[in-house]
Design a protein around this ligand. Structure first.
Ligand code: ZN
Length: 287
């Protein structure tokens, strides 16, 4: 039986763009799905002109995330108590509750509690690229990595008291570097404001992506989930002007890198029996 899936992401909408198709497919197969968002996306821009207060924006974006997940049939949505640190160099990073100000160890301890409660077979989070190097994406990557290992260690308690849990698989959600570089070439691309360091580390080269999932059958659910993040994707929002072909590409496929774990074995055909990503990677769907 395919085991539970836990998705760990920093801001509302990260989970939708990266893995909504996989989550919808999992729900359809009766696989329990849990989503953790470390922040409420307080520092983002908004399509709603009056919504310029970070705390109020966080309240709205929490609701948007819950609505988006409802489009996929996901009902277990959890938030950590951190605050969006904003893009590189943003003053929001100075806020006492900013995610980047919390020690990786402290964030990991909170995640361990959730991992031990959810007992997932598959965990999905961002990799070292953080797609485009957002400071929260990188910070949460390191915390999640540490949490997966600590959750499995019976000697680790921190403030996480429940029984240890070894997740079978860890995947990093990513996007092909080649696609992101093509986006960068476009006039007015939002990627053009990134630092040279971030640009050098965009996404993952195609050759290093281990699992490509055809999400065609769940594209309409993903489209509805994207639309539910209205402050971001609605008219006037920061993601409203995404070129149609970029949106269509996000609705066709999702990309993952399987990360080695201290206890992991090489992939076998039997993995599809417990691992939703391995199961879906072996399938092709008519469009
Ligand atoms: Zn994000």
């Amino acid at each position: 039986m395919i085991g539970p899936l836990l998705a760990i992401f920093p801001h509302p909408d990260d989970e939708t763009f990266s893995t909504a198709g996989v989550m919808a497919a999992a729900v359809e197969r009766g696989v329990p799905v849990t989503v953790i968002s470390a922040t409420r996306g307080e520092a983002g821009e908004s399509s709603i002109p009056d919504l310029d207060d970070p705390e109020r924006l966080g309240v709205v974006r929490e609701r948007e995330l819950r609505d988006a997940m409802q489009q996929l049939g996901v009902t277990d949505v959890r938030f950590l108590t951190y605050r969006d640190s904003g893009m590189e160099g943003s003053p929001e990073a100075q806020h006492p509750k900013a995610l980047v100000r919390a020690p990786v160890e402290a964030v990991a301890t909170k995640l361990v509690t959730h991992i031990r409660a959810v007992r997932p077979q598959v965990i999905i989070t961002y990799g070292q690229d953080g797609i485009y190097g957002h400071p929260d994406h990188l910070h949460l990557h390191y915390a999640a990595l540490q949490a997966v290992v600590s959750a499995a260690d019976p000697a680790y308690n921190g403030r996480a008291t429940s029984e240890s849990w070894q997740s079978a698989r860890l995947y990093f959600a990513t996007a092909p570097r080649e696609d992101l570089l093509a986006m960068l070439e476009r006039p007015n691309s939002p990627l053009q404001s990134l630092s040279p360091a971030a640009l050098a580390n965009l996404g993952t080269p195609h050759a290093d992506i281990t699992h490509v999932i055809d999400i065609g059958p769940w594209a309409e659910k993903k489209r509805a989930a994207i639309a539910a993040h209205y402050t971001q994707t609605g008219e006037g929002g920061p993601l409203a002007d995404m070129p149609q072909e970029v949106v269509e590409r996000r609705l066709a496929r999702e990309f993952f890198v399987r990360a080695p774990l201290p206890w992991s074995s090489p992939e076998t055909p039997a993995d599809g029996e417990l691992d939703i990503i391995a199961a879906l990677a072996g399938e092709r769907h008519p469009h």
